[in-house]
Design a protein around this ligand. Structure first.
Ligand code: AVI
Length: 321
């Protein structure tokens, strides 16, 4: 029995999701691939290191906001809440939130990687014995069946920190928020957004001196070589990240350092020197712009907590009844 999910390229070939999307992405012009493929075990470990870098301010800034406004956030959410986290994120952030809440009843982390999800769920079970923990292995960007609500539970509240919403294209972000507004009816969403700021600060955050973000970006090629038998010369691709001001986003690319050919499956891809594979967008928001998007999706923004420099903001969005 084949346990690898099969997808089809536009030309009808069957392949696993990464093979399929990478093949299609390399055929397209401009060449692109979804940032969701960054997160194999090595990529997730590199991302954890990024979060500790001095230049990468979002993680520590969001943690600072959670710490400083814990009481107000808890008051907005209310007692006995059921928290649904989209993506098994940093255990530090969820612990801060759980510690602030009054008798949270249930925690439902949703993540595509079962191994990571179950390991962090086990650690939380030990720390919060009174909390029901119900991990769901699923792609949270698609509608997910949540465990039925229990009598006596408070609001069902989504938690989506880290400004991961910025990695969606704007139309996908709107679609995702609409889906959440529906799933969280009667409750709300606590969501983090990275804000528009001096491009020099953004540039440094995605071009760290230690080269961890470069390794994170190139790991996509390492993964393609290992999992798909591709033959990318990883060092012949340069990490390139810049702030695209009109589109309010950091773009990450891998740039071919020379004229070269890469084989993937039975296809050969030619790269001229300077050709790019666009690997990630990280959109930055204004508070007003994000509120407008949330309203369009059906939410009612009711509070926003930013740091003193207004680099990052956590929003409490009420879902429709
Ligand atoms: C996960 N996401 C919010 C990160 C970001 O900042 O867009 C991913 C990342 N890419 C490079 N550095 C961090």
């Amino acid at each position: 029995m084949n346990t690898v999910p099969l997808f089809q390229t536009s030309s009808g070939d069957e392949c696993d999701e990464f093979a399929c999307e990478l093949t299609q992405g390399l055929r397209s012009k401009p060449r692109q691939v979804s940032p969701k493929f960054f997160y194999d075990a090595a990529g997730s470990a590199l991302f954890d290191r990024i979060c500790e870098l001095p230049e990468y301010y979002p993680t520590r800034t969001e943690i600072g906001i959670l710490n400083e406004h814990a009481n107000d956030i808890a008051a907005s959410i209310g007692p006995k809440a059921e928290i649904v986290e989209f993506g098994a994120g940093s255990s530090r952030k969820i612990r801060l939130l759980l510690d602030a809440l009054y008798r949270p009843q249930r925690f439902v982390p949703i993540d595509i990687s079962g191994e990571h999800l179950h390991a962090s769920a086990d650690a939380l079970r030990e720390a919060y014995p009174a909390l029901e923990i119900r991990p769901v292995v699923a792609d949270f960007t698609r509608p997910v069946a949540l465990p039925p609500r229990m009598p006596g539970h408070g609001a069902r509240v989504g938690f989506f920190p880290g400004s991961s919403i910025g990695n969606f294209d704007p139309h996908e972000a709107r679609r995702f928020l609409r889906q959440l507004a529906n799933q969280l009816r009667g409750g709300g969403l606590l969501i983090g957004t990275d804000l528009v700021k001096d491009p020099a600060i953004l540039h440094a955050a995605y071009n760290d001196a230690a080269g961890v973000t470069a390794a994170f970006n190139r790991n996509l090629l390492v993964r393609a070589n290992r999992e798909l038998g591709a033959d990318f010369e990883v060092n012949d691709f340069a990490h390139y990240a810049f702030y695209n001001a009109p589109l309010q986003r950091i773009e990450m690319h891998l740039i071919s350092r020379c004229d070269q050919h890469v084989h993937l499956g039975d296809e050969t891809f030619h790269f001229a020197e300077g050709d790019s594979i666009h690997t990630e967008n990280s959109h930055k928001f204004t508070v007003e712009g994000f509120h407008a998007m949330a309203i369009e999706a059906g939410f009612r923004p009711s509070a926003s907590w930013c740091d003193a420099q207004r680099w990052f903001c956590l929003h409490w969005l009420e879902a429709p009844p």
